[in-house]
Design a protein around this ligand. Structure first.
Ligand code: GLC
Length: 446
């Protein structure tokens, strides 16, 4: 398929998944709004259809809670065959929940970065500049409220990094890096809310999380439901409390983009200082996640104080936010991304970048976040490498992404051994980020 045909197919997929008020993450399996999916989808439409991209952002922000939290799932159209069902979360126990059901926690906050890009690109388009600037002013207060909530609710003691309280908040649900933090949870069977998984109806069970993981996911939701989603209580009592390198890398870059929006809009000095403070503390906070022996970043389990030493794509993600100095970045590239036993293509696996280092015992090439290639992770890593001047290596990752979607279509994830398709079909962010990669390659970057 040539580049133009690929771009057309990607746009068509987004049109096919368009339900009117929002674009769903995939043809089947995910018929609601997901937080970072909506952001990636908006990015993919930023040049082709700026008004639709803005509508996607508005649809997501319509689910914001009074506290500022922007949920990871929104159910504006009610129930479907998807589990968790809207009522499962019992968020109406929380005074700040919106009129329609949502989940009770968040997902990687890439939205501020996307909003800034939307604004920059639209400003260059005839007839779009005013709408773009007005849009920036419209959504900025909501973005600020979300980022403030992240600091207040998830970093109340000012460590610089924010904590996640459920693996689903990381966006990488069953990543093996969370395993020790999940395995030490102690609970009785009757403390797990009763539930009926729906995720294996559309996707092979071998490509989905294990039953045991689901028990733990549900147990955690049960705990937070009991706490009526109260932020203060959750901070005090969350059985799972983790400094996630991926989530924090995305937040750091998003804080930077929020700061740029604040400056452009002439926001008060105190507000600009506040955001600047998050940035400084965040950049410093990452030092506590660096493991010099392993030469990578690891998440930290705040309940035990231990680093979670499984090498996954999250270990490399600080590149995306420009966190590592040049020496550390060089190690991440040389010892990880270019090593065929870690992340580079090799005789056993032709495609980059697997979501878990291949030498890890937990590596499973077809199971969700335990080994398959995900197009959004590739995209984030490639943008990180560009930041450090590794343009050739970034282009190589982009090339792998394009080859995967060309060969196997826009699916949720790909087997790194042969590039075969896994997970949900007709997957929106794989299409949206394909458009991004293609347009940047045409010299339309920025
Ligand atoms: C899965 C992914 C998550 C994504 C969601 C919808 O839960 O792990 O990152 O947002 O599907 O696509």
């Amino acid at each position: 398929m040539d580049r133009e045909a690929l771009r057309t197919a990607a746009l068509q997929l987004l049109r096919d998944n368009d339900l009117g008020d929002f674009i769903k993450p995939s043809r089947h399996q995910y018929p609601h709004i997901w937080n970072w999916d909506a952001a990636f989808i908006a990015l993919g439409l930023s040049r082709a259809d700026p008004p639709r991209a803005r509508a996607e952002v508005r649809a997501l922000l319509a689910g914001q809670w009074g506290s500022g939290m922007v949920p990871h799932i929104l159910y504006p159209t009610g129930a479907s065959d998807y589990f968790p069902t809207p009522d499962f979360w019992r968020v109406d126990a929380h005074p700040g929940a919106p009129a329609f059901a949502t989940s009770g926690f968040t997902q990687p906050p890439i939205l501020a970065s996307v909003v800034r890009t939307l604004q920059q690109r639209a400003e260059a388009l005839p007839g779009e500049a005013d709408a773009a600037r007005a849009f920036g002013r419209e959504v900025y207060p909501q973005l600020l409220a979300w980022h403030r909530w992240l600091r207040a609710a998830r970093d109340p003691h000012g460590s610089g990094l924010v904590a996640i309280v459920h693996p689903w908040e990381s966006g990488t649900d069953n990543s093996p890096r969370f395993q020790p933090a999940l395995e030490r949870l102690r609970f009785r069977a009757d403390e797990v809310p009763s539930f009926q998984r729906g995720d294996r109806r559309h996707v092979d069970a071998a490509e989905r999380p294990l039953e045991d993981d689901y028990q733990r996911f549900m147990y955690l939701i049960g705990v937070y439901r009991e706490l009526r989603w109260d932020d203060h209580e959750i901070w005090r009592r969350a059985p799972f409390l983790v400094h996630d390198a991926l989530f924090n890398a995305i937040l750091l870059q998003a804080d930077r983009d929020l700061l740029a929006l604040a400056r452009e809009q002439g926001r008060p000095a105190a507000e600009i200082d506040e955001i600047g403070g998050w940035l400084e503390a965040g950049a410093r906070g990452f030092d506590a996640l660096w493991d010099d022996d392993a030469g990578v970043y690891f998440d930290r389990d705040l309940r035990t104080g231990e680093l979670l030493r499984t090498n996954t794509v999250a270990s490399l993600m600080p590149l995306y936010a420009g966190v590592p100095d040049a020496d550390r970045a060089a190690r991440l590239l040389r010892e990880q991304l270019l090593d065929p036993e870690a992340y580079a293509p090799g005789p056993d696996a032709a495609f980059a970048v697997p979501s878990v280092a291949k030498r890890e015992a937990a590596f499973e090439p077809r199971r969700y976040w335990r080994g398959p290639v995900w197009i959004n992770a590739n995209w984030l890593l490639a943008r990180g490498l560009e930041r450090y001047g590794y343009a050739r290596e970034a282009a190589e990752i982009d090339r792998h992404s394009l080859e995967l979607v060309t060969r196997s279509g826009f699916v949720e994830y790909y087997d790194p051994r042969d590039g075969s398709p896994c997970g949900a079909r007709g997957f929106s962010w794989s299409a949206a980020l394909t458009i991004e990669v293609l347009d940047a390659g045409e010299g339309g970057g920025g």
